[in-house]
Structure formats: C-alpha cells, structure tokens
Design a protein around this ligand. Structure first.
Ligand code: MOS
Length: 745
C-alpha cells in the first residue's frame, strides 16, 4: 500500500500552463480600469499646453463652461489644494513628476496639463476642452537631441586605473552610441476612475504598484492613507509607464472630490507621448582597451540621458557594465541633461537595455578590430566573480548561454567579413549580443485560504501587468497544497489585500514565492489542527504532528493513502468554511548582498539584406536565457518572445521625434510611432537553461519580464554591419543609414 507521501501529484512548477485569467480576458469579463462605470459618473478631459516653455498669461474657460453637459472647468485658481509627494522611502512615495498639476503658471514641456474639463459625456468634455482659451508667453524650448553637460558626471562604479590602462592598450575602441526617446505604448491607455465618498477615495487606476499609488495619492490629495483605496485588477500592459502615478490621476481625483461625483479620465494616445513618461534619449561613450589577444584591460562607460526641467530621472545605462566582463580597470559615469520634455520613467529593462546596446556594440567593434570571433571574445572575458562588488555570482551561466546559443544558431558556419554570407540572392548578416538583468526580491505579504468547498483563494496586493502573475500565484498554491490549479482563485490588484510587490524590475515572481508558499503552509497547518480538534474531528485523538497534508488530503504519517481524507472534508466535519494563513517575506534591497544576483542571456540574430531594394529584415533570433528556474514555460517563453519583438522595434523602428520649434512630440500616434508587429517578427527560438537560483527562493526563480529585450539591438546592429558594412551607432537603424552617407537629421 502506497503511503500518501508517494502519491503526491507531479509538480506543476516548470510546466507549460495556460493562463488562469485567459478565459476572463478573451471573453471580455476582465475589468480594466476604464471599464468601471458608476451612476452619475462624469468624464474628464484635460487641456494640454501648446507650448513647451513659457508661462500662461490668461486662461478663459467661460465659453467652455457654457457648453452642453459641462459641469466644471478646473485650473490653477479653482482646483483646490494639491500637495507635492514627500520624498520616497524605498519603494514607497515614488512618482516621476513630483509637481502636482496646476501648481504654478510655468510651462516646462509640451502638452503639460493647464486645465481639465468635466462633463456629462466624454464627447461633451472633449468638445469643451477644445474651447478653453489659453494664452501663453512662450520661449524657445530646448528639445535638442545632442547632449552635453557642464556638470561633473557622477561616478557610479570604478576600479583600477581606467584611463591609464586605456592609454596603453594595444587595441582600442572609442565610440559614442545614441538611443532615442522611446514611448511606452501598451495597448491599454492610462486611465483613472476616481470615486469620492465624502471622506475618501476609491481609485480604479492603471497601476503597476497599487500600494505606492495609494501612498502618493493620499499625500498629494491631503487625505489620510486609510481613506484611499486603489484598485488595478487587470492591466493591458505598462512596460514601466504605469509604475508610478501621473498628473492625470490627481485631476480625476480632485474633480471627483470637488463635484462629489465619480469621474473617469482616460489619457489619449497623444497624451501618452507627452504626459506619462518615456525612455529618455541616451548618449553613451564607450572606451574599451584590450591586449592583442583580446583580454579587456580597460572599460569606460560614460552616459548622459535627458531629463525634465524639474525632476531627475537617471536611466542608469551602466547598470550591467560593472559585472558583465572581467577587467581590472573600469569606470562607469552618468549625468543628466535638462530638456523641455515631460519626465522620463522606467521602460522595460531601464538602464541595461540602452546600456547594453552601447556596450555590446562596442564589444562587437572590438572583436572586428581584433579579428576575433565575437562569441570567443566574450567567452574569453568571462569573470570568475562580480568584480564590482567583489562577491561571487549566485548562479551565472553566461558562457553556457553563448555556447548553447551558438550551437542552436549554427554559428560555426559563420563567415567573417562584410557581405561574406549569401543565401537565395540575399546577403545574410549575423550578430550576437549578451544580456543581463538584476534579480531581487521585494517584501511581500499574501493570504491563502483553504475552503470547505475544496477550493482555495490566494490574495496579494501585487498586480498582473499581463505577464502571468495570476497564473504563477495559482501554481504556487496548487503545488504546495497539492490541489488542481483550477481550484485556486487568485485575487490581486487592490490595496485592501496584503501588501505585495510592485510589478516592476522583473521581481514579482521571485518575491511572491516565499510569501505565498509560507501562507499556504500556514493554512495547511491550520487544517491539520482542525483535523484533530473536537470530538467530531476526522482525526480526533491524534495530534497535528501525527498528520501530514499532501496532495490536498490529510493522512496519518506513514499511513495508507486509502484512509486519507480530503482537506475539504476535514473542514466540513469541523463546520469550518475555510482556514487561512498569512505569509510574509523580506526584500533583498538595503541588505548588503553576499552574492551577486543577476540573470543572463545570449542573443543571436540573422538579418537579410537586399541591396538592390535596400530591404532589411530581422529574419531569425535564437535567444538563450539563464533566469533561474522558470515556473511556467509557456508564460516564460511568451515574455522572451515579446521582449525580442520589442527589441526588433527598438533597433529598427521606435523613436519619438520632437519638433525643435515648439517641443511637441510629432509622431504622437500609432500610425507614425511605429512599433514592431507580427509582420516584423522574426522566427524566435527561446531556450531557458533552467538552473534554479536558490539564493532567491525555494524554487530558484529569478523573473523574466525584462531581460529578453537587452542585447537584442546590439545583436541586430552587429548583424547589420556584417551584412552591409555600416555600423549604426544611433538607433533606430534607418534605410538612409545603409544607403551610404545620407546625413542624419
Ligand atoms: Mo519595469 S520598467 O520595472 O515595469
């Protein structure tokens, strides 16, 4: 007779599972922020400045106020008091634009909100917003894309003598790389539905971090924290643009309070380019020094990025530079340059994504100078430990990413030399780049309830931005309790729930595992107590420690499986509706690390080039990712595929262009701001090495939302060089670049 320990169902960790929220999404049942409607709800439409620098000299809302359905037009003089958010502490109090809307009459970027119209219908509010007459004293804005800074750059990391070693290096690369402004374009627009109840707010927000959102809104609105509830059940993605609150959130809330009515404000696609952040323009100088046989002797990475007039957003381009390669001499610096733009914000893989475009491009240029295979160059400079921190890596398999990727791609067939490879009348270009991303945990709490109807419920105040978080939580509970995943209900995205991590940094999975596992264990333990308490208990007379909970059933330790009892039955016998457990885990930030925790990967790219028609296509990508244990291979592969597509967009298409005369983002719509679509998507082969990183959690998962985007652009531009002989050092690659000598605007 098999004991219950031997009939535990096969693990669902590391398998390919469909999303538990999939049916709700495809059937239209998932409630996104702007899907919330309430009786008496009004619609708000902001009025945006038509200059990027200057002051408001007059604002006349009388015509707008007289229009049908208009309830109010708010501006600096009548919106009421709004405060600045206090300086952040950890992951709390974060907002990229700290100035509350309408704080003064100064305009610092194009599209800045100057008023907001509230009307009975959206159409009425739109029409009236166009009728608000605003006069300005405008000055010439600075949206120049050439960055220079008089300020001394900040030294982020340094070791050895980078200048001296560079001066005496046998082989050198000294190049500057530029990445343009990229705008987050999730399909779901930012939205706020604010409901004031006379005392506090319920805010339906497009938020990747409901807890932080609540703190910031409470401060800026001047209400006690406990009187604010933030809900963000489903997100049509965010890419980082929805991490922190933006000014429109304050407009909706203030209007709701002033009018004592629910107010809905949906940011337009055009406003998405003006008012809710972007990846900043970066300009990065990389200096590499090497011996004639390809050992790095010096690495310098000096980056600048633009930021807004009032707020400091540092992209952190050198994020991965300090630990990626072995070199005794290194210096990473960064600086900010102010422009008349809205404040930048984190965009998928902030820092590492533009940073690795520059560093990995320079490594490719170095390999060419050395007449060395670019894969070989990287293998040769693999460090034994994190040389920046002087501590070992928790789990680093970058060499294997490179060798496995080279094998899958067929890299050994590579012929070096521009235009050396042809197929079917096309010139082939092959390129490679490596990627890395920080692994970490954020503090997390979760509650798990095991119910008498045989289902379970897990609640956590984190969010699912479309990455699969609902499914991951269900998997953890199902795995721990040994119950079918379809029996697990997951509740997320509400500040009433136990505090969960921000949906950022690719940190959710690693953060929720210990808390959810702990909560499940505690609930299971309570089931065992219920199993022995009272004379009707199914295991009356036993002690909890005599029992074991496994496979959703309770059994005497070592006893036969046939006498086991379903936990639901144990609860029903005790007349319990359910029992719950609360789990908690600590974050890794602020704790001096003993090991360097990062994910790694290698990207191999094939482009095809048809010189006669100047047709360039990204044809094939092989990506090998070392991100610890992957809990759900389907959701995981999906993350990497999406990131690779976004990398194709970054390399070939995406750039926000500002009108130098008035500072307006010109291509502020999805027809002119081109993102990669299915038709642009290469064949993508994703491999996970799947080495558990147990320094983070018991399953060894690190998170995979961002890493897949890093390294792709450099691999593409390396492939473009291989095919065409043109090294593109300013993204995106334009056909003009490849025609030889056409000046860049
Ligand atoms: Mo990500 S840029 O941390 O949402």
């Amino acid at each position: 007779m098999a004991s219950i320990e031997e009939v535990v169902p096969a693990s669902i960790i590391g398998t390919s599972l469909a999303r538990v929220d999939g049916p709700l999404k495809v059937s239209g049942g998932a409630m996104y922020s702007s899907d919330h409607n309430f009786p008496g709800m009004l619609y708000a439409v902001p009025v945006c400045s038509t200059i990027a620098k200057g002051t408001i000299t007059s604002l006349d809302s009388s015509a707008a106020e007289a229009m049908p359905g208009v309830q109010a037009v708010y501006h600096r003089k009548n919106i009421g008091q709004l405060f600045r958010a206090a300086p952040p502490v950890g992951f709390s109090g974060l907002i990229d634009e700290r100035r509350p809307p309408f704080e003064d009459d100064v305009i610092r970027y194009y599209g800045q909100y100057v008023a907001v119209v509230v009307a009975q219908t959206f159409e009425q509010a739109m029409a009236a917003s166009a009728a608000v007459k605003v006069s300005y004293a405008g000055e010439k804005p600075d949206v120049s894309t050439t960055l220079s800074s008089d300020e001394k750059p900040k030294v982020d990391t340094t070791r050895g003598d980078a200048d001296g070693a560079f001066a005496s290096a046998a082989v050198k690369v000294d190049e500057t790389y530029v990445t343009p402004v990229e705008t987050h374009n999730p399909i779901e627009l930012h939205a706020s539905v604010a409901v004031w109840d006379g005392k506090g707010f319920t805010l339906y927000e497009t938020s990747q971090a409901v807890g932080n959102h609540r703190e910031v809104m409470a401060q800026m609105l001047g209400v006690p924290l406990e009187n604010v509830r933030v809900i963000s059940r489903f997100l049509g993605s965010g890419f980082g643009g929805k991490l922190w609150p933006w000014p429109h959130c304050l407009l909706a809330a203030a209007a709701s309070r002033n009018l004592n009515r629910p107010v809905k404000l949906v940011v337009s696609r055009k406003m998405m380019f003006q008012n809710v952040g972007h990846r900043p323009l970066t300009q990065q100088r990389i200096r590499l020094g090497a011996t004639a046989d390809g050992m790095l002797t010096s690495l310098q990475h000096d980056s600048l990025n633009h930021t807004s007039i009032l707020d400091d957003y540092g992209e952190g381009c050198g994020e991965a530079t300090g630990y990626l390669y072995s070199t005794a001499n290194l210096r990473v610096t960064s600086g900010l340059v102010r422009r008349n733009v809205g404040n930048p914000t984190a965009m998928r893989g902030p820092g590492a994504v533009p940073g690795l475009y520059a560093l990995e491009s320079a490594m490719d240029e170095l390999a060419i100078k050395l007449k060395m295979d670019p894969v070989e160059l990287r293998l040769k400079n693999e460090p034994k430990l994190d040389e920046s921190l002087g501590i070992p890596f928790s789990s680093r398999h970058l060499k294997e990413c490179l060798t496995v990727g080279a094998e899958k791609f067929g890299w050994s067939q590579r012929k070096a030399g521009v235009g050396a490879m042809q197929r079917d009348g096309l010139t082939l270009g092959w390129g490679v780049g490596v990627c890395s991303w920080i692994a970490a945990r954020i503090g997390c709490e979760a509650t798990v309830e095991l119910k008498a109807d045989g289902t379970a419920r897990v609640a956590c105040g984190t969010q699912d931005i479309g990455t699969g978080t609902y499914t991951i939580l269900a998997q953890i509970v199902a795995e721990k309790a040994g119950i079918p995943i379809e029996k697990v209900e997951v509740v997320l995205g509400d500040t009433k729930l136990p505090a969960g991590p921000i949906s950022g940094g690719s940190w959710v999975t690693s953060s929720v595992i210990p808390a959810v596992a702990d909560a499940t264990q505690k609930a299971m333990q309570t089931v065992l107590m219920a199993a022995v308490q009272g004379k009707d208990a199914r295991f009356a007379g036993k002690k909890p420690e005599d029992l074991v909970f496994s496979g959703g059933r309770v059994q005497v330790k070592g006893g036969s499986a046939e006498t086991s009892v379903a936990y639901a039955e144990v609860l029903r016998a005790a007349n319990l509706g359910g029992v719950s457990g609360t789990g908690k885990s600590e974050g890794t930030f602020g704790v001096p690390p003993k090991v360097s925790q990062h994910s790694f990967g290698a990207q191999f790219v094939e482009v095809t080039w048809q010189p006669a028609t100047a047709r360039l296509r990204v044809n094939r990508v092989v990506t090998v990712i070392d991100a610890g244990r992957v809990l759900n291979t389907r959701a995981g592969r999906n993350q990497i595929e999406g990131a690779v597509m976004m990398g194709v967009g970054m390399a070939m298409l995406e750039h926000t262009t500002y009108d130098q005369r008035n500072g307006a983002p010109i291509n502020s719509n999805l027809a002119d701001y081109v993102v990669a679509t299915h038709a642009d998507t290469p064949q993508i082969d994703v491999t996970f090495l799947d080495y558990p990183d147990l320094s983070l959690n018991e399953y060894g998962a690190r998170g995979i939302g961002e890493i897949g985007l890093a390294g792709i652009a450099a691999a593409i531009t390396g492939a473009v060089y291989h095919a065409t002989g043109v090294r593109v050092r300013e993204l995106p690659v334009r056909i003009e670049d490849l025609l030889g000598g056409t000046a860049r605007a």
